[in-house]
Design a protein around this ligand. Structure first.
Ligand SMILES: [Zn+2]
Length: 338
């Protein structure tokens, strides 16, 4: 009779698919989760509970009331706190054995490879295609697998990208969809069970890939309202710009100030061309003359005219109360400066 002992992973160690050896593999593994909203939160929750040794969460956003409908790691007391910070605190309470790293940053071409570090897998918890193409470039260039996921309305999709083994995102969708051409959670909404299901599929595929088991080579599309589940075969394209020609256009994008409208939140994010540490204390002093300023260890909140500006240590800012990128850029220039 094997000796009985208490083990938090007992229920998955007895699974034939994982076992003692598989559990050790997970414990030695490291995952990078890009975006910690509805998808990223569920992925992080599963991987933390499953005992993936190190989990890095990178997210640029702060928690708002309208996130609570579907972002399961957060509650009302987290409103106003950066998602990566609140998520890591919660996850650490769930499993203190896992090393959790929180990065409050925009995942962009300037920092993508540095953020990847020594992760064995990347999970997509983002809400926009541009970041997904960037993840795809980073993945293929560094030969690190990633798991794509997206959810909107009552359906979602997921696909594994394992460099040299499967098709990549550019094989499946060679051209980036035009701005405004895709439905977003802002325009059509999202049923809160959809991201949970898609993220659970993503986490499952991540475990299979980390354990070196058979994984899906298909694009999975699932509509939860009509229970319509599709597996679409995606072939590697011999003239794929990314995985065939190794032309990493998103990763090599020119470094420039970027304004992005954030999905579903009437906000614009400004990412400065050059990242550098900003002294929030000094900035707070300067801004006090112009309006109300609140300072936290990770960011500064400033009420400017009709918008609320949150400035992070890396110079990035989220302007809430507008979706006008030009106005956002000019307010950034006016109050934060370059
Ligand atoms: Zn490709």
């Amino acid at each position: 009779m094997p000796k009985k002992r208490v083990n938090r992973y007992a229920r998955q160690i007895i699974l034939e698919e994982i076992g003692e050896d598989g559990q050790k593999v997970l414990g030695r593994s490291s995952a990078l989760i890009v975006g910690c909203g509805a998808l990223g939160g569920v992925i992080a929750d599963h991987l933390t509970r499953a005992g993936v040794g190190k989990i890095t969460i990178v997210d640029r956003d702060i928690i708002a009331l309208e996130n609570l409908q579907r972002q399961i790691l957060f509650d009302e007391s987290d409103i106003g706190i950066p998602k990566a910070v609140a998520a890591s605190k919660k996850l650490q309470q769930i499993n203190s054995e896992v090393v959790i790293e929180a990065i409050v940053k925009d995942f962009n071409p300037n920092n993508a490879e540095k953020t990847l570090g020594s992760a064995n897998i990347i999970l997509d918890g983002t809400d926009n295609m541009e970041t997904r193409y960037l993840i795809n470039d980073v993945s293929v260039k560094n030969e690190i697998p990633w798991v794509y996921g997206g959810a909107v309305s009552t359906y979602g999709m997921s696909m594994n990208v394992v460099p040299k083994k499967t098709a990549c995102l550019s094989c499946a969708f060679p051209h980036m969809p035009k701005a405004g051409s895709l439905p977003t959670c802002d325009t059509v909404g999202v049923l809160n069970t959809v991201p949970s299901i898609i993220a659970s599929i993503q986490a499952t595929e991540a475990l299979k890939i980390l354990l070196k088991k058979e994984y899906s080579h298909d694009l999975i599309v699932y509509d939860v309202w009509g229970h319509d589940f599709k597996r679409i075969k995606i072939k590697r394209s011999s003239n794929c710009k990314c995985c065939a020609e190794l032309d990493f256009e998103y990763l090599n994008a020119e470094k420039m100030e970027v304004a992005t409208t954030l999905c579903g939140s009437n906000s614009v994010q400004i990412t400065p061309a050059v990242e550098g540490e900003v002294s929030l204390e000094r900035l707070a002093k300067r801004l006090k003359n112009a309006g109300d300023v609140t300072l936290s260890p990770v960011h500064l909140i400033f009420e400017a005219e009709e918008v609320t500006i949150s400035v992070f240590k890396d110079g990035r800012a989220i302007l809430k109360g507008t979706d006008d990128e030009t106005l956002a850029k000019s307010l950034y220039a006016k109050y934060i400066g370059n």
